[in-house]
Design a binder for this molecule. Sequence first.
Ligand code: NAP
Length: 242
Amino acid sequence: MAQGFLTGKGAIVTGGTRGIGRAIARALAMEGCGVAICGRDGNSAQTAVNELITETGSHITGLGADVRDREAVAKLFSTASGAFGGIDIVVNNAGIGVFAPVADLRAEDWNRVIETNLTGVFHCCQEALACFKKRGGGYLIQIGSLAGKNPFAGGAVYNASKFALNGFSEALMLDHRHDNVRVSTILPGSVDTDFTPRTGNTKSEWKIAPEDIADIVIGLLRMPARTMISHVEVRPSRPQKR
Ligand SMILES: NC(=O)c1ccc[n+]([C@@H]2O[C@H](COP(=O)([O-])OP(=O)(O)OC[C@H]3O[C@@H](n4cnc5c(N)ncnc54)[C@H](OP(=O)(O)O)[C@@H]3O)[C@@H](O)[C@H]2O)c1
């Protein structure tokens, strides 16, 4: 069992079955944290749990849970709380993107993106706050995007979801900072995951690696309780020239 500065803590990483969430789950586990992950696909969640246990030797659990579904979110939190004795850290990472000009955007895609990237975060934050109350505080880490700051053509619904996430997260922080709840939003640029279709099967060396975002999460959690970093903007040092 890995030991580290998070030994004895419990965490939930939504969308921890691949990409950025999985790298964050692994990094938390390597610091001794109990970690619960979820994704919509229960089989992928179980496979990821088994692989993460092999990689880290830590206490990891997970299940198929769609963050849009409040009952599924409640089950995720009760499973994780039961496994670890409580929840101290929640990483709201699950997210999707649909990219189309507004005239072509289907209403169902608008709903899917907003319900996942915004309403899903609301569900998880409410469940998290109830858990944090029992522990005397906790840490919420929101995986936003530079698309929450910089609009781009074809990005209307994704931009809207990530801009809104910033406003929601700042207001939440103001509501609950005196309950010892810290809130940080990480705003990455392009990260090398399956979020956007890859060209071939190769890694994009110029992009941010998911592990780099995981390092930022660990850095945030290492800050003394008196200090809260609200936003971290992170981008590829040398993006591909267009
Ligand atoms: N990659 C980038 O360039 C980039 C840049 C900035 C910000 N981000 C943000 O980073 C986060 C993670 O992205 P990623 O690149 O790691 O994407 P990814 O590789 O596509 O992984 C997304 C994860 O979220 C899960 N997920 C999606 N919808 C879900 C739902 N409704 N309920 C529960 N889980 C769900 C997926 O599992 P299932 O498919 O099984 O549901 C998967 O585990 C997202 O919020 C994204 O907006 C990504």
